[in-house]
Design a protein around this ligand. Structure first.
Ligand code: URA
Length: 292
């Protein structure tokens, strides 16, 4: 979550002790920052505070019935879309553009370039980096996550924060790493969304649908033997279903590949009791790789 700071420097009034004022200000500023961190505000997005209650968002006027036909039978009312649900660029279908762009990429490098130049997803504007993938692209296992968080946005690589460190430990426990040059001992990792959603919110269904053609092409080009989806967003993107806690551990098929849903490592950090089930899922994955 971000905030406009509104923190201003104060000049001491005549006779006021500058040193005392600085110390008092320092403590006040520290307490204010601490409070903001507790509220989940972890970055600055503007120098000047904006009172969002006073920002006027103009909605398009609802169409009125024609004055010349007052007796016209009532028509079923079309749902009135919220302003934010309307396509960012009127007249352009972002999913169709994404599909055509993704289809034109013949290699993983070309796909990374295609995603970097795709401008129809609003998330891109708030992100520092396009986070494409990491690991060995020839690996038998492809892991699909949700979206970059703060650390990934800064570094431009997926799963490099606390959840990523846990993920690396989990897969190391069954003999797999990002760095291994051996496809049988490696994994390749990417996300449904290449851009960080502001405040780490969940991507919307429209954003997932828009990026899905890129995910499909990514999987087709990497051509893994097995896919692990971590969390709800990739589960929805590849199977159309939500409910990772019900789906986890149950093998299914997506894009003609065996797919194992697992809980997200960020969830495991918050819910250590769930690590036992995650370990069972890792063992099932190991058994699959050993048998195939
Ligand atoms: N969570 C994800 O799903 N992906 C990342 O890259 C980081 C955290």
């Amino acid at each position: 979550m971000g905030i406009e700071t509104g923190i201003t420097a104060e000049t001491p009034a005549e006779g006021e002790d500058l040193a005392a004022l600085i110390v008092a200000d320092w403590h006040a500023a520290y307490a204010a920052l601490d409070w903001q961190l507790d509220c989940g505000i972890d970055e600055v997005i503007g120098e000047v505070p904006v009172n969002r209650y006073e920002v006027v968002v103009e909605k398009p006027a609802r169409p009125q019935p024609a004055a010349s036909s007052p007796q016209a039978p009532a028509q079923p009312r079309a749902p009135w879309p919220d302003v934010q649900e309307q396509p960012a660029v009127p007249g352009i279908d972002p999913v169709a553009v994404a599909r055509a762009t993704a289809a034109g990429a013949a290699t993983l490098e070309a796909l990374a370039d295609a995603i970097r130049s795709f401008d129809l997803c609003d998330l891109k504007r708030g992100a520092r980096n396009t986070v494409f993938a990491d690991g060995n692209p020839k690996a038998r296992l492809l892991i699909l996550g949700e979206a970059p968080g703060r650390d990934e946005d800064i570094e431009g690589r997926p799963f490099v924060g606390e959840a990523g460190r846990l993920l690396d430990q989990m897969f190391a426990a069954i003999g797999l790493s990002r760095q291994s040059p051996d496809p049988a001992a490696a994994f390749y990792i990417t996300n449904v969304m290449p851009w960080r959603p502001e405040g780490n919110r969940d991507p919307t269904p429209a954003e997932i649908a828009m990026m899905r053609p890129f995910v499909e092409r990514h999987i087709a080009l990497a051509d893994p033997d097995v896919i692990v989806v971590m969390g709800n967003t990739p589960l929805v993107a590849l199977t159309g279903n939500r409910g990772i806690l019900r789906a986890r551990g149950n093998w299914t098929t997506a894009l003609e590949k065996p797919l194992l849903p697992m809980t997200h490592p960020a969830y495991l950090l918050r819910t250590p009791g769930a690590k036992r089930e995650a370990w069972a899922d890792l063992l099932a994955l190991r058994a699959f790789l050993d048998k195939e």
